[in-house]
Write a protein that binds this ligand. Structure first.
Ligand code: DGY
Length: 319
């Protein structure tokens, strides 16, 4: 059977797939496969090894009559038309849990970097601007003993809450359903979205991208935040109205933002966010540790192998 792999993946993972199958692999690691080429390659494909930046939509499914399994090297699958896959009996797998701690680390790194102007401070030295110590030079916001509001309390939210409690933070959360288990275990407090926005020094967006969460943080929500507050997003860009955020940052309505994800990725040098001095921007690297990415790649491959051999895919999106 033929497996299409939409990015260059480590040899060991490719070899796993090639034991009983043939593969087509797009050779670039950081450049997406052109959509037209993907349409062509899926014509005789039985399985697809994909990732967050491929659009797997109806025309792709229409072009792939033999397709049985789609497996994405990600926990999020908003780039895949799940309804269309399900209607065609195509299994969709993903990689939950294995990345939660790595993404929680990166979320906290972004929170600290934004609050303490870490990137700006490094650039200050690089530019040769450092002339001496200054009483208010590069001053940021306290993290310890502050209040964090986590929107989306799944595995990553739990990881962020554990890290936050080490910093003595009060932890509020907002979630589709209340997590009484986590309230007891971690001492987190359930809050309405508006109360969370008003009370938090750090608002951390971790919700999955769905129709309900689309632009969940917009002009009104940003206006509820404190002028000293920082917004962190390591989930999906579509959860935040980027135009409203840029306006709020320009007007200093909020103090700053740390973003690992954007409405349209990648962003380029002329993107309005890049001109701002109160942001830290990263190129969607939440889960990017060697160990985590290897685990994700292996799980993606296993989903395919299980699906093609008629076994139950453990990490399935559409049962
Ligand atoms: C995911 O898994 O959804 C991440 O965004 C990719 O690292």
């Amino acid at each position: 059977m033929k497996i299409v792999i939409t990015r260059r993946i480590p040899d060991s993972i490719k070899q796993m797939l090639e034991v009983n199958h043939t593969t087509y692999m797009w050779q670039e690691e950081n450049v997406p496969i052109p959509y037209e080429l993907l349409l062509e390659q899926v014509k005789d494909a039985d399985a697809l090894f994909t990732n967050v930046s491929d659009r797997i939509d109806k025309p792709i499914f229409q072009a792939a009559p033999k397709l049985k399994v789609v497996s994405t090297m990600a926990v999020g699958y908003d780039n895949i038309d799940i309804g269309e896959a399900t209607a065609r009996g195509i299994l969709v797998g993903h990689t939950p849990d294995v990345l939660s701690e790595a993404v929680a680390d990166l979320t906290f790194a972004l929170l600290l970097a934004t609050a303490r102007k870490v990137v700006e401070a490094m650039n200050y030295i690089k530019e040769g601007s450092w002339k001496g110590w200054g009483p208010m030079l590069l001053t940021g916001q306290n993290v310890y003993n502050s209040t964090v509001g986590i929107i989306g309390m799944g595995g990553i939210g739990k990881g962020v809450a554990r890290r936050a409690s080490g910093f003595g933070m009060r932890i509020l959360y907002h979630n589709r359903r209340r997590r009484e288990d986590m309230e007891q275990e971690l001492g987190v407090e359930y809050s309405s979205l508006d109360d969370l926005l008003q009370a938090s020094d750090f608002v951390v967006m971790l919700a999955p991208a769905t129709l309900e969460t689309r632009r969940m943080i917009g002009e009104r929500e940003l206006s509820l935040m404190k002028p000293t507050a920082i917004l962190i997003n390591t989930s999906r860009g579509s959860n935040i109205d980027e135009t409203a955020l840029i306006t709020a940052l320009k007007k200093r309505q909020i103090w700053g933002a740390g973003l690992d994800v954007f409405e349209v990725e990648p962003i380029h040098a002329d993107h309005p966010l890049i001109a701002l001095d109160n942001v830290v921007l990263l190129p969607h690297i939440g889960s990017a540790t060697v160990a985590t990415r290897m685990e994700m790649a292996e799980m993606t491959a296993l989903n395919i192998l299980m699906g093609l051999s008629g076994k139950k895919i453990i990490n399935i999106v559409n049962p």
